[in-house]
Design a protein around this ligand. Structure first.
Ligand SMILES: Nc1ncnc2c1ncn2[C@@H]1O[C@H](COP(=O)(O)OP(=O)(O)OP(=O)(O)O)[C@@H](O)[C@H]1O
Ligand SMILES: [Mg+2]
Length: 398
């Protein structure tokens, strides 16, 4: 059922005023920014983490704070489909127009900067034409350095902060890795250098690819690993979200929602949203919460795991084994990894007979991984979204 005014946003990066937690990660990024300002240096940060763990939300929060402080001009680009340096630079220049459109003073300077090249901007700055010849584009590492300095000086900020989200294709491109390394080194030794912060965000395997293509980038990037949210932040998030809408909820029910979010931001939003929809009188009761949790788990399954995995885990034989993850969870320190023998220990003889079949089916569906850095005899969930899901559906799987 649709209900208006939900304070939860499961499908989009969270608004900065709703952002919770990540104190350590924020501090590392802001310290890097301060360092860039104090010694006019370049700082490169890589925000890495699994799908939907909160990378873009963290970047967007940091960006908002930097914009308020007004020392950095912030530019951001979504690099999803971008795999060449030319396209990266074009996208950055386009972002400069798009994102300063609503800031009158800055935008006047941006227009002056592009001059004749900026054509036919519509009312909202969404459709415009940037006429830059390919041979004018600052694609070499050293031209790029001069171009950024020109932008910063003409637009009049102390430094530049550049956010590059969803680095996919570029991470695979060895030319990009080498280009960034020479750009970084050239900039660091440049007499006219200025405070410059690059914040990349992407999956851990993208960072791995980037470093594989150019080993020395290891020293260049400060890695920020985004993991599950701590329970207190999740609790604060729920309490403030409901309070903002005048809905009442007891501490006990808040704790239940925190538990069923498993520290995963998307679960947190889905659980919140589903409970919000169940409630009819702004007094959240036990029934709203338990129905909401079940409905959120269904939504998460459909949205994130696809029909093959869902079909497999709905089969009776496998559901019995999945139900045993509740017992496994009590014995196991890591929720991401488990020993086959530990799982086998909590099964009854009938379930034991299906175990090999279950494990190989889940492996073929990329739910579990083995081999590589996973010790022999152990299985690792492919993501914390999957492991969270398995542990959360376990009690409902009998
Ligand atoms: N710190 C936070 N506080 C509140 N909500 C958050 C927080 N971090 C993430 N979220 C929420 O979690 C969901 C996923 O966040 P986000 O889009 O930032 O993740 P991501 O890691 O960038 O995902 P992807 O890998 O798909 O790009 C969104 O609904 C977002 O609103
Ligand atoms: Mg993202």
């Amino acid at each position: 059922m649709y209900k208006e005014g939900s304070p939860f946003t499961p499908d989009t990066p969270v608004l900065p005023e709703k952002f919770v937690g990540r104190e350590i990660e924020k501090k590392i990024i802001f310290d890097c920014c301060d360092k860039a300002l104090s010694n006019r240096s370049i700082q490169s940060i890589f925000v890495l983490g699994e799908r939907a763990i909160g990378k873009s939300s963290l970047c967007s929060f940091v960006r908002t704070v930097l914009e308020v402080k007004n020392r950095f001009l912030c530019i951001g680009a979504q690099l999803g489909g971008i795999d060449t340096i030319e396209n990266l630079i074009r996208e950055l220049l386009r972002s400069l127009v798009r994102e300063t459109r609503s800031k009158e003073n800055t935008y006047t300077k941006v227009k002056d900067f592009f001059g004749e090249r900026l054509k036919s901007v519509d009312l909202f700055g969404i459709h415009f034409k940037l006429d830059i010849n390919p041979d004018e584009l600052p694609v070499s590492a050293s031209d790029f350095k001069f171009a950024l300095a020109e932008i910063k000086n003409k637009i009049g900020f102390e430094g530049l902060a550049i956010f590059l989200d969803d680095i996919n294709g570029l991470a695979e491109n060895a030319t990009f890795a080498n280009w960034y390394k020479s750009f970084n080194d050239g900039f660091a030794l440049w007499d006219n250098r200025f405070p410059l912060v690059f914040i990349f965000a992407g999956l851990p395997e993208r960072r791995f690819q980037l470093l594989k293509n150019q080993n020395s980038l290891d020293r260049v990037f400060t890695p920020i690993e985004v993991k599950e949210l701590d329970p207190l932040s999740v609790r604060t998030f729920f309490a403030e979200s409901f309070e903002s809408k005048g809905a009442k909820i007891s501490n006990k029910l808040l704790d239940l929602m925190v538990y069923h979010s498993g520290g995963l931001p998307v679960f947190m939003h889905e659980v919140g949203d589903a409970v919000w929809r169940e409630d009819t009188d702004s007094n959240i009761n036990e029934e709203d919460v338990s129905n909401g949790i079940i409905s959120a788990l269904q939504t998460v399954g459909i949205k994130y795991f696809g029909p093959q995995i869902l079909d497999a885990i709905r089969s009776k034989k496998y559901r019995n084994i999945i139900a045993r993850f509740s017992d496994l969870g009590k014995k196991n320190d890591s929720s991401l990894q488990f020993r086959k023998s530990e799982l086998s220990d909590v099964l009854d003889p009938d379930e034991k007979r299906s175990l090999d079949n279950f494990l190989s089916r889940m492996k073929s569906l990329n739910v579990f991984k083995t081999g590589g850095d996973v010790p022999k005899g152990e299985y690792r969930f492919a993501s914390s979204l999957l492991s969270g899901y398995f542990y959360l559906i376990a009690p409902f799987s009998m």
